[in-house]
Design a protein around this ligand. Structure first.
Ligand SMILES: [Zn+2]
Length: 211
């Protein structure tokens, strides 16, 4: 279903598996039609992360699917800290597992509900000096918008994951709809009411990067 929607879009869109937990899960996603996968081996020792990522790459390359990997743990607010990405490890990683995009850890943290935690620009500069790969920042919702703009314009960060920000917009739009009409029961109407606010929030986040 995602793939059909992606193919109908006027701009290039991938149907992307986020945080595949094992090579098998990523390979299953590829077989099911995902056009891009992320394998997250960031919690493993470097050699194991590289080996598992290579297994995903081998299958993905054969069918033209793009692969994102993660090096350096990107933590979750309140549960696990971010550990930072080591540029030398990044160099070795990319030499042995040349993925299309590399998610890195530079102070960014998942599930932040306000954009108040700047990332460490020096980490990003050091990693981009070590590898030619496009970089990804998960936990993008926590990064101040002004800094996201700077990163987009001046660094090789090519993708921000902003799930929390968009889920907040979904949640408040849904609450507003239900509060407006206590008699409302039709799930098509209820869920349909969040589409425009969610599209606006997405557009706003994108426009801010270059306007
Ligand atoms: Zn993530």
């Amino acid at each position: 279903m995602f793939r059909v929607l992606a193919e109908r879009s006027r701009v290039p869109v991938v149907a992307h598996l986020d945080h595949g937990r094992s090579p098998e899960e990523c390979i299953e996603a590829i077989e099911l039609g995902f056009s891009s996968v992320m394998y997250d081996g960031s919690a493993l020792p470097l050699a194991q992360n590289i080996e598992n990522t290579r297994r995903v790459l081998e299958v993905a390359r054969a069918v033209g699917v793009s692969v994102e990997a993660e090096l350096g743990v990107v933590g979750y607010v309140g549960t696990s800290p971010s550990t930072g990405t080591d540029p030398e490890e990044a160099r070795r990683f990319i030499a042995e597992a040349p993925v299309d995009a590399l998610a890195i850890s530079a102070g960014n943290t998942h599930l932040s509900t306000s954009d108040s935690v700047p990332v460490d620009l020096s980490v990003i500069r050091a990693v981009e000096a070590a590898v030619p790969t496009p970089l990804v920042l998960h936990g993008g919702s926590g990064i101040p918008r002004q800094q996201r703009r700077q990163l987009a314009l001046e660094t090789r960060v090519m993708k921000f994951n902003i799930g929390t920000e968009l889920r907040q917009s979904f949640g408040s739009a849904l609450r507003a709809t239900l509060a407006r009409d206590p008699e409302l029961f039709d799930r098509n109407v209820i869920l349909g009411s969040v589409i425009d606010p969610l599209a606006e929030a997405t557009e706003g986040a994108l426009h801010h990067l270059w306007r």
